[in-house]
Design a protein around this ligand. Structure first.
Ligand SMILES: Cc1cc2nc3c(=O)[nH]c(=O)nc-3n(C[C@H](O)[C@H](O)[C@H](O)COP(=O)(O)O)c2cc1C
Length: 190
């Protein structure tokens, strides 16, 4: 698939089939993550490939409890209605974690040191695009309490859990959300 087609047509899937992803496709998706740029080429990402049904179920239950807390604090109705079913439906969750020490020279600048997380985000976007090109659906997921999610997924304390890529074949039609005109978001300093 042409890169511009993948960029434009990628979308967030929240309803998955339980059908497994072929090992070859999963390998390609992870490899695409590894092709991302990273600070000082440190490649700080660690990809935890979660297929275990019990772990997915425990993560879902944690997220449901968290959503109730967020609803109580925010009053946001969509949070109370948000379904985390995709966490157990999808055959694979790719939890992207990294050691915050694996960051660039930015660690010596006050209140920075976020290069490791930016690098992981680049890897995540690569994986979303690669998956889309392979006909596999994804969701960039971050609605969890990091320490609790790490504990459930067995991610060591010294790593930060940057996000989770929910991965599998879609059980719904593609939904493309509109974008703002790019000219409205572009500031030119000649
Ligand atoms: C950093 C980040 C975190 C996100 N976390 C969530 C999430 O926890 N749950 C969710 O449903 N979508 C999440 N998304 C997906 C966005 O909601 C989605 O990308 C956006 O609405 C645009 O839709 P599209 O991806 O279909 O174009 C996240 C996206 C990003 C970039």
């Amino acid at each position: 698939m042409d890169i511009f087609t993948a960029l434009k047509e990628r979308w967030s899937c929240r309803n998955f089939k339980s059908e497994a992803i072929e090992a070859e496709k999963l390998e390609k998706i992870l490899t695409a993550g590894g092709w991302a740029p990273s600070v000082m080429n440190l490649q700080p990402w660690r990809f935890y490939v979660i297929k275990n049904a019990d772990l997915k179920q425990r993560l879902k239950e944690h997220c449901e409890t968290l959503a109730q807390t967020i609803f109580a604090r925010s009053g946001w109705k969509w949070v109370s209605k948000y379904s985390f079913e995709f966490l157990v439906q999808a055959p694979v969750l790719i939890a992207v974690a990294a050691d915050p020490k694996d960051t660039g020279a930015d660690q010596f600048v006050k209140e920075q040191g976020t290069g490791y997380a930016f690098s992981c985000c680049a890897a995540i976007q690569n994986m979303l695009l690669a998956a889309h090109a392979l006909g596999v659906g994804t969701l960039w997921f971050s609605l969890y309490d990091t320490p609790q999610a790490k504990e459930i997924l067995g991610i060591p304390p010294h790593l930060d859990l940057v996000s989770i890529v929910v991965t599998g074949y879609s059980a719904e039609g593609e939904k493309h959300l509109p974008r703002k005109p790019i000219a409205d978001l572009t500031i030119i300093r000649d």
